[in-house]
Each structure stands twice: as structure tokens, then as C-alpha cells.
Design a protein. Structure first.
Length: 220
């Protein structure tokens, strides 16, 4: 019985490790300061259909860094983000949504017109600005607009290492931008920004073993 209790205790530690809180921003209640973090730059609104942050460009052409939207982690979220990011298994994911009815300025859009959406990470380390990081380079979203298939959701999930994060960095931001014909201003939506840590395989195995031990302990 003692060994079983020990196994249960170890399982609880493993489960607690897996249950480490992520940072997740869904923008389901509006745009602005969200749990201490927020957007700066660009023109932002809130899209009720997608419950996401909507960036509205005022004209076509290139926008990224300074002219495009920037997601800045706030405090104390910045500290929590840094703690997770310093893990070799730290990852960041987000969604970029394009829709004919919600995301584009449709005046003048016709089949065959093109668009691009870019992103770049920025941090205080030696890598600094990292645009469309590998394996996502070259630009991950570049397509012709088609009224036959107008909606698209692009999901990105990558390591902080690929984003240019160096252990010990003190701040981090995520930049978004777009490119399109000069007379075709573009809108896009950003949602579900998540900072998380992938558990080590050994921790997962420990948790699984612990669950089995808990079931046995409960039966007894």
C-alpha cells in the first residue's frame, strides 16, 4: 500500500506539471487590453462573428512593423510568458483568419487579385526581429483571392526557438502585416494566441501510470 501511495504522489506531481497554465488570448470579449496584454499600432476593431481581433488596413501595399498591428505581452503576463518560453519545449500558436464577408474590403476585389499576410517575432535577444521564421519562410500566406473559395483559416504553431527567442530574453512581441494591390486594402483577423509548453514524454508516461494507480487505489 505504501508503494502505491508513493506512485499516486508521483502521479500528482506529473499531472500538476502537465496542468501548467498556458497563456491564451481568444479576444472573445473585445479588443484592447486583454488580461494585461494588448494590441498596439494599426487600426483595430472587434469582429463579433469570429470573436477575434480584426485589423483594418486603410490602403493596400506593405504593412509590417510599426505600421501593422503588434501584440505586446503585458505584465505580469510577460513574466509568465518568459518563464514558459525559456523551456526547450515552449511553443506559440495563433490563427489568422481571412473571409470574403468579414475580412476583406470587397470593393473592387475580383477573382485573381492577390494578397499576402505576414508575421514576425521580436525580442530583446541577439536574434531580435525574426520574420516568417523557418520552417515557415518564405511568406506562409500568399494566395490569389477567389470568390469560389473565399474563406480561409491559417493556424500556426511553432517553437519559441524558431521565433528567435533566446533564454534570458526579457520581452517579446508578435507583429502582423499584410500586402496587397495599392487599390485593394486588406482586412484580416487574429485569434487564439497561445503560449504553452509541451510536456516531456517521460512526464506524460508518469502521468499515465499515475492515473492507473489512482484507479487501483480508488477500487481498494
Amino acid at each position: 500500500m505504501k508503494s502505491l501511495k508513493t506512485l499516486v504522489a508521483v502521479a500528482m506531481v506529473g499531472a500538476a506539471t502537465i496542468a501548467q497554465a498556458d497563456l491564451l488570448y481568444t479576444f472573445d470579449s473585445g479588443v484592447g487590453v486583454v488580461n494585461g496584454a494588448g494590441f498596439t499600432g494599426g487600426a483595430f476593431g472587434w469582429n463579433s462573428t469570429y470573436a477575434a481581433a480584426q485589423y483594418t488596413g486603410t490602403a493596400g501595399g506593405w504593412t509590417l512593423g510599426g505600421t501593422g498591428p503588434v501584440f505586446n505581452f503585458g505584465w505580469p503576463e510577460q513574466v509568465t510568458m518568459g518563464t514558459i518560453a525559456n523551456s526547450p519545449n515552449a511553443r506559440l500558436s495563433f490563427d489568422i483568419i481571412l473571409s470574403a464577408t468579414e475580412s476583406f474590403s470587397l470593393g473592387g476585389w475580383t477573382d485573381g487579385n492577390w494578397y499576402q499576410v505576414h508575421f514576425a517575432a521580436n525580442s530583446s535577444g541577439v536574434h531580435g526581429w525574426t520574420q516568417d521564421p523557418a520552417p515557415y519562410a518564405p511568406n506562409p500566406i500568399s494566395a490569389n483571392y477567389s470568390s469560389a473559395n473565399p474563406d480561409a483559416t491559417y493556424h500556426f504553431d511553432m517553437s519559441f526557438t524558431a521565433l528567435g527567442w533566446d533564454p534570458g530574453d526579457t520581452w517579446f512581441q508578435l507583429n502582423f502585416g499584410a500586402n496587397s494591390a495599392a487599390d485593394q486594402p486588406l482586412q484580416f483577423l487574429i485569434d487564439n494566441i497561445r503560449v504553452y509548453e509541451v510536456p516531456e514524454p517521460g512526464v506524460m508516461a508518469m502521468a499515465g501510470l499515475g492515473v492507473a494507480a489512482l484507479l487501483i487505489f480508488r477500487r481498494r
